[in-house]
Write a new protein. Structure first.
Length: 141
């Protein structure tokens, strides 16, 4: 797992703002950290186990398989702030990362059904929905 500053540095290298081996200046690192925390909390990820707002030394609470996607997504967010364009490769990495994060951490709410729909029993001799079989459901709709 990468640290927040490693994710930030790599994002800035993807944008061409930093050269290899360079570190971001403190102000740039803090601005990027703010963007990283905002990005992660905008996902359902804020509710993922172990998620807490990161500081520069924090380890990413997400598996290493997400590092590349998070880095590319951050690069997309930072591009306008640094006045640069992203490459198609970075955009593709960000799309894959977004899809992977949503697949792992998105939560689907519980579905509720209007009870009036369930109580419309085609056979008046049956008292409840529990008495119906799978084949009976075709008659319900």
């Amino acid at each position: 797992m990468a640290t927040a500053v490693q994710i930030i540095s790599r994002s800035l290298r993807m944008l061409g703002v930093l050269a290899g081996g360079e570190s971001p200046e403190a102000a740039d690192a803090n601005d990027a950290l703010f963007a990283l925390n905002a990005m992660l909390s905008s996902y359902v990820l804020a509710h993922a186990p172990g998620f807490a707002e990161l500081d520069l030394a924090s380890q990413s609470p997400f598996p290493a398989t997400h590092d590349e996607g998070i880095t590319a997504l951050l690069a997309l967010r930072l591009a306008s702030e640094f006045g640069v364009q992203t490459t198609p490769e970075v955009q593709a990495m960000a799309t894959r990362g977004d899809n992977l994060l949503r697949a792992y951490y998105a939560s689907v709410g519980e579905m509720t059904v209007d009870l009036g729909l369930l109580r419309r029993n085609p056979d008046p001799t049956r008292d409840s929905i529990d008495d119906l079989t799978f084949n009976d459901f075709g008659a319900l709709f």
